[in-house]
Design a protein around this ligand. Structure first.
Ligand code: AMP
Ligand code: MG
Length: 419
């Protein structure tokens, strides 16, 4: 390994060490779905606040029905009803029953609910003033959802760091949180470097290419949980690069460039970070994406990716995505990894760690089998579009024989998922 090359894990640790959680912001509770909370949320009331019926039926005193059977039924008088918006505020005395709807508060004195279907109405319409018959006993607590089943007043229903699901948003709402606190989305400045680049709406002249990376990196920014801002294309000119990159560093929380990073290229951007800030690494033992610069510029984290499109996207995945997740308050940074059988030999002629674009699936016997994309050329984006994993081949010269096992990093599945 070249002296200034570091392992992917070391590079990621350096990046993570130089970003912090974003300031807290309040958002409508439903916008917290998919995000970690920045604070515990405590309910101000019992959830639910009152014991309520799990059935449509009659609230009764269970002792009244002791010994009730087909041969020896028990008859009760219906003295009131409980429904949405209508509360029976008296006590249910022995000999009495109250008609009750699902979710309505169980009136005082009653300790069981008998479902409507098994009660025979002898007189009246089943409501107040009716006489009803029971042919079976009831257990104390039957069909009653106790108060505070979900949580008691003063308890945290969700904690800081918990990633909220849609169901969780509902729970937070019932705890009285119409807004919750999360970590703000970092603003990620995206810049393309290269005299040959034209915007996607132009037809490139000979020698020009369309800027593909900015679209890819802005999309990767969004899917990582941040807000991208495109600052444009800078030609390979130190003044133009400095202007654009410093402008981005001033207003953004994280700056990502692509291009101008290969050996032999006009590597103005790394020189700029070196001069105006601090370079923390500039080479990684990784293929694709060896020439990756990370440092601080105007106090902001700066990631300079290689221009080769697949290398730029994989570099973002390995380094910027975990950083963005940390800034947003997530604590899981690792994509799920599986062991899969390689269907053909993977050769290695370089010592760098490989992350080969690949597709993993289960064969007829249910075993995971991984197939590499036919080309690992880092100019190709289609192979990455079609990949569901990156096949990891360890640092060093050892490949993987056909039929051998390899680690695959599932770039199609969120961090922290248990497979
Ligand atoms: P560089 O890192 O500038 O040496 O670029 C390596 C390769 O990636 C060259 O072939 C560039 O033309 C290409 N490239 C650089 N930037 C972009 C971009 N934004 N979109 C597509 N290809 C790019
Ligand atoms: Mg270039």
């Amino acid at each position: 390994m070249a002296e200034n090359m570091i392992l992917v894990e070391e590079a990621r640790d350096i990046v993570l060490d130089h970003v912090g959680q974003m300031p807290r912001v309040r958002v409508p509770v439903w916008k917290a779905a998919g995000l970690p909370l920045a604070e515990d949320v405590v309910t101000d009331i019992d959830l639910s606040p009152f014991a309520n019926s799990a059935m449509d039926g009659y609230a009764v005193v269970a002792a009244d029905l002791t010994g009730a059977s087909e041969g020896a039924p028990v008859e009760l008088d219906v003295v009131g009803h409980e429904a949405a918006g209508h509360v029976f505020s008296d006590r249910v005395e022995p000999g009495h029953a109250v008609r009750i709807m699902t979710g309505a508060p169980v009136p005082e004195g009653a300790d069981a609910v008998v479902k409507y279907e098994v009660v025979q109405v002898l007189e009246g319409d089943g409501n107040e003033g009716s006489r009803i018959r029971f042919s079976a006993p009831a257990k104390v607590g039957e069909n009653i959802r106790v108060a505070g089943l979900e949580a008691h007043a003063g308890e945290a229903v969700l904690r800081a760091g918990d990633v909220v699901t849609p169901a969780g948003c509902g729970l937070l709402a019932s705890a009285g949180a119409s807004e919750v606190t999360v970590h703000a989305a970092p603003r990620v400045g995206i810049i393309a470097l290269g005299t040959e680049l034209v915007s996607p709406d132009q037809v490139p002249a000979r020698g020009q290419i369309r800027d593909a990376n900015s679209a890819a990196l802005m999309a990767a920014t969004v899917t990582a949980g941040a807000e991208p801002e495109f600052f444009g294309i800078a030609p390979d000119d130190p003044v133009a690069i400095e202007q654009l990159v410093l402008k981005a560093a001033e207003t953004c929380d994280f700056v990502v460039t692509s291009g101008g990073a290969s050996a032999g290229d006009y590597d103005y951007v790394t020189a700029l970070v070196e001069r105006e800030g601090q370079v923390l690494f500039d080479h990684i033992s990784m293929k694709p994406g060896k020439a990756i610069t990370f440092g601080l510029l105007a106090g902001k984290p700066f990631l300079g990716l290689s221009g080769n499109p697949a290398a730029a996207v994989v570099g973002f995945e390995m380094l910027a995505r975990p950083a963005i997740r940390k800034m947003r308050g997530f604590s899981a940074f690792d994509r799920p990894v599986q062991m899969a059988r390689v269907d053909r030999e993977i050769k290695k002629r370089q010592a760098r760690r490989f992350y080969n674009r690949a597709h993993v699936e289960r064969d007829a016997a249910g075993e995971l089998v991984v197939t590499e994309a036919p080309s690992q050329n880092s100019a190709l984006l289609g192979t990455l579009q079609r990949a569901n994993c990156l096949l990891k081949v360890a640092d060093g010269f050892e490949g993987i024989p056909a039929g051998g096992m390899a680690e695959v990093v599932r770039i199609d599945i969120p961090e922290g998922t248990v497979l």
